[in-house]
Design a protein around this ligand. Sequence first.
Ligand code: C5P
Ligand code: C5P
Ligand code: ZN
Length: 483
Amino acid sequence: MREYLSMAKKIAERILREKDVLVVSHIDADGITSAGIASKALENANIKHEIMFLKQLDTGSLKIIRDKNPSLVWFTDLGSGMAHEMHGLSSVITDHHSPSNMILNVPKEMRKTLTEFFDELNKNEILQLNPHFYGKDGGVDISGAGLTYLVAREMGQKNVYLSQYAIVGAIGDMQDYSFLKLTGTNRYILKEAEEFGLINTLVDARFFGRETRPIHKMLEYASDPIIPGITGDESGALNFLNSLNISLKEGEKWRRWVDLTKEEKRKILSQIAINLLKMGYGSTLVSRLIGEVYILPNEMEGSYLRDAKEFATLLNACGRYGNANVGLEIVRGDRGENLKKAVNLLLRHRKVLVDGIDYLRDIGIIKLDDIQYFNAGSHIPDTVVGTIAAMALSSEIADANLPIIGFVENENGMIKVSGRASRNLVNSGLDLSKLISKAAVSVGGYGGGHNIAAGASIPRGTEEKFLEIMIQQLRELKKTGKN
Ligand code: C5P
Ligand code: C5P
Ligand code: ZN
C-alpha cells in the first residue's frame, strides 16, 4: 500500500486544483463503485463533475471524450490499456488493468522508470496509479475501486467511509476468488474499513445469497463450487435439506442462510463435503465451500446490500443492462427509487445468466487440445458473456484445465470475446490479457484485461483466425514456459 500512496497523493493534488472534472468509468460493479467513490470525493471537495460510463475504452470513445474538451479526465477502472492514445489529454488514471503493451513489453524491474519517463514525456499530463507498475497482480492485489479510494482518501479525511465500496468493487471483480479471501493491498483497505465499523469480515459458507435467498434456492444456484445433485435442481436441494431435518420455514417466512443456527450450518456443509468427496471430487473443490465473506453492517439485515457479493451483483445487474447510473446512485447513498429499480434489474440479470448457461449446455463447449470455446451469436449479451464463461469454467460443462473463450455478437457489428482461465494456469505462467490482446490486434481488433480474465473486440469473421493465434501462443507457452 505504501508504494501506492505517493502517486495517490500526486493525483489527489492534481484533482483538487480543478473546478470541473469528467469521470470516465467501466460499467461493471467495480467500475460503478469506482465512479461512486470518485463522485463522492469530488462532491466533498466541491468540485463540479460529470460521470460517463463505458463498456470499454476504445479510440471511438476517446474521441468523444476529447470532443468534450474537459479540463481534466479522471479514468477509473479503465484507461491504462489506452494510455498510449491519450497524448495531449489532461488526465489521471486509477486502473488495475494491464497497461499499454508499450509498458508491458518492458522487463518488470524497469516498468516504473518507464512510467515516470512516460509521464515526463506527457509533461505530467497523465498520472497513473496502477498496481502493474509496482510489480503487483492487478487481478488480485487491488481493484479499480480500491485505487480510486486511495486517491479519495488523499483528497479528504472524511472520505474514509468510502472504503466499504472499495471492498464491494474488489469482490465484484472476484479478487477473493483465488485465495478465498481478499489479499494484498485489498487487505489494508479492508482493515481500514473494519476499523471504522464499515465492514465485518466473517468466515462462512461462500454461497451467493446468504442474506436474501431461501436456503433451498441458495443451494440450487450454488456455482462455486457446483454441488452435483443440488445445483440446478430445486427438488434435489429440497430433498437434501429434508434429509438433514432442516426446517425450511419459520412461520410463513422462508429461512435464509443467515437465519440458520451454527449447528444447522455445520450439518449442511459437512454433508455437502461428504457427498462431494464420495463422488470423487477432490479436497480443493471442497475447500471452496468456506471462505471469508464481507458484511456491510450499516446496511439493513436481509437487504441486497448487506453482503458485499450480493451488493456487487446488484450493481452488475444495473451496469450490464445500460443502467450504470442506477447503481451509481446507490453507491452515492440512495436507498429509495434507484434501489427498487436495481432489484428489478437483478431479476432480469438472474434470468439472463440461467438462460445463458442453459444455452451453453445445449450447444456444448467445443474442446480442442489447448483451448475450449463457444460461439453464442446473439443468444448471450456481450456484457455478460464473461460472467457466463466464468460460470461455465467452474461447472461440469467445461474443462477446468483449459482456458475458455466465448464469442458473441456486439451491437456495433464486431465480435465480443471473453476469456477466462483457472488460477492453476495463471500460476503456471499464463497471462490471458497478453495472449488475447496480441491475438486481437493480429486480426484487426483490440483487447486487454487481467491474467485470469480478459476480453477483446474483433472484426466479424475473424474468430477462427483469432483462435488459431491463441493456440499458437498457448503452444509456445507450453514449450518455453513464457508469454
Ligand atoms: O474490468 P474489470 O477489471 O473490472 O473486470 C475483471 C473481470 O474479471 C470481472 O468480470 C471478474 O468477474 C473477472 N474475474 C473472473 N475470474 C476471476 C477473477 C476475475 O472471471 N478469478
Ligand atoms: O468482458 P469481460 O468480462 O470478459 O472482460 C474481462 C476483462 O477484460 C475485464 O477486466 C475487461 O475490462 C477487460 N477487457 C478489455 N478490453 C476489451 C474487453 C474486455 O480490457 N475489449
Ligand atoms: Zn475492475
